[in-house]
Write a protein that binds this ligand. Structure first.
Ligand SMILES: *Cc1c(COP(=O)(O)O)cnc(C)c1O
Length: 451
């Protein structure tokens, strides 16, 4: 057994090179979602700079960021218009607290998100990351029912394989055993209903049939438990952390109808699917539905700064409007509505408008479908699927350590893949050119060949 590395050991690698940063990071930084001991054998990848779809290490090796740095980067690294907006804002107002104060970026962003969001979601509550958006929606939903004289409505329902973040409240509605099981004794009770996983189609069953059956299960659950249920939370169209599990849009329409029928809030967690990933600005649009809460984060700032936003309805907002302070929503985070982050998000919305990103992406997805056809036809590739700019597939016969090995193989070939179990996926920045995509496909085929 090797010793636990001591803190702040002096680095022995060449100063400023990959090895030195790797060692210093291992000693001082506790990395997320990582068994740190693994880095005895699997090297960290130190990143010095990034441009477009390329990350670059301290020794000049380039890595194609096929997963948008954990789904946050939107247009490519170093997008000059977002950079300029942040720099401009930093010269005016870096931060002011949003309790008792307000500022231009927070107001303008709330207005513009309300304009483009499905339905009428005119009330924006800010936070700093996705998990806190989930926490806010859960608390707000429960509190709204409580203020309406229904305190017994405090249960939540989520889908099998659903992922909504890893703070305790968010983890309670997350169904990923690896993240959840250890903390089970700390989590509030909630219910899980079947996911409308389109891979279950076949043998005469269409994805729409699968969606209808899953929606019937939700409806049956709500019929029994609506009196004690506050909200249903879903990832519309694509369940990301479950392994890019996709479903037919009809599920969302049926789930919306079931929630309305049974008097339960619908929370749409578009933290990953928002901002064009699924081919429309928001995934909910494809089902023609509006949720009671819309959760946004990740791509909202183009991957520059942490920001989250919970949009909700007049009805929810009205439930808190009172002379009694305690009937207000007293939740807060120190950096709520940070002006730099809000300005980055405004720059993102400008780019969507000025570049016609949604239409451009639709064309790009069509071209990419021709480019990745050889991968889709690979003998070891199963369930090749696509929603908007997201592509995923399973690798047949992949071993238990496939995800780790494929990551390392990818890095060695200059591509960043981070498989989830046996599922490989692409969630690339929108700046990815056809040539870069062809390179990604070719190198991924290499990785699959070696699996
Ligand atoms: C990433 C993610 C979250 C959590 O966001 P963090 O910023 O990582 O806390 C929640 N829901 C979904 C759907 C996500 O993809």
């Amino acid at each position: 057994m090797t010793a636990v590395p001591a803190t702040n050991r002096p680095a022995t690698g060449a100063a400023g090179g990959n090895a030195a940063w790797l060692e210093r990071s291992r000693a001082a930084v506790w990395h997320p979602c990582t068994q740190m001991k693994l880095h005895e054998t699997l090297p960290l990848v130190p990143i010095a700079r990034a441009q477009g779809v390329w990350l670059e290490d301290f020794d000049g090796h380039r890595i194609l960021d096929a997963i948008s740095s954990w789904w946050v980067n939107l247009f490519g690294h170093g997008e000059p218009r977002i950079r300029a907006a942040i720099a401009d804002q930093a010269g005016r107002l870096e931060h002011a607290m949003l309790a008792g104060f307000t500022h231009t970026p927070a107001v303008e962003l709330a207005e513009r998100l309300a304009e483009i969001a499905p339905g009428r979601l005119g009330h924006a509550f800010y936070a700093s990351d996705g998990a806190s958006a989930t926490e806010i929606a859960l608390k707000m939903s429960y509190h709204a029912w409580r203020n309406a004289g229904r305190p017994e409505k405090r249960g939540f329902v989520s889908l099998a394989g659903g992922y909504h973040g890893e703070t305790l409240g968010a983890l309670a509605v997350t169904d990923v055993a690896l993240f959840r099981d250890t903390y089970e004794p700390l989590l509030m009770r909630h219910a899980t209903v079947p996911a409308p996983d389109a891979r279950l189609a076949g043998g005469g069953r269409t994805p729409a049939d699968v969606a209808r059956e899953a929606a019937q299960a939700l409806d049956a659950h709500l019929a029994r438990h609506h009196a004690s249920t506050a909200a249903v939370i879903v990832e519309p169209l694509v369940q990301g952390a479950a392994g890019m599990v996709m479903h037919d849009a009809s599920y969302l329409a049926l789930a919306r109808a079931a929630c309305t029928r049974h008097g339960v809030h619908l929370i749409a967690d578009e933290i990953m699917t928002g901002f064009g990933r699924t081919g429309t600005m928001f995934a909910c649009e494809q089902a023609g539905i509006a949720p009671d809460f819309l959760l946004l984060s990740k791509g909202i700032t183009g991957g520059f700064l942490p920001l989250a936003c919970v949009l909700t309805t007049d009805a929810v907002y009205a439930a808190f409007w009172d002379d009694d302070v305690r009937r207000g929503f007293l939740h807060s985070h120190s950096y709520t509505g940070n002006p730099l982050a809000c300005r980055a998000a405004l720059a993102v919305l400008d780019i969507f408008r000025d570049d016609g990103t949604i239409a451009v992406n639709r064309e790009r997805a069509r071209r990419h479908a021709a480019i990745d056809a050889p991968l889709a036809a690979h003998p070891r590739v199963r369930e090749f699927r696509r929603t908007g700019t997201i592509v995923a597939f399973e690798v047949d016969g992949a071993g238990a350590d496939f995800a780790r090995r494929a990551f390392a193989d990818g890095i060695a070939r200059g591509i960043l893949l981070r498989p989830i179990g046996r599922t490989v996926y692409f969630l690339p920045p929108y700046a990815t050119t056809d040539d870069e995509y062809a390179m990604l496909v070719e190198r991924t085929i290499d990785v699959v060949d070696r699996a």
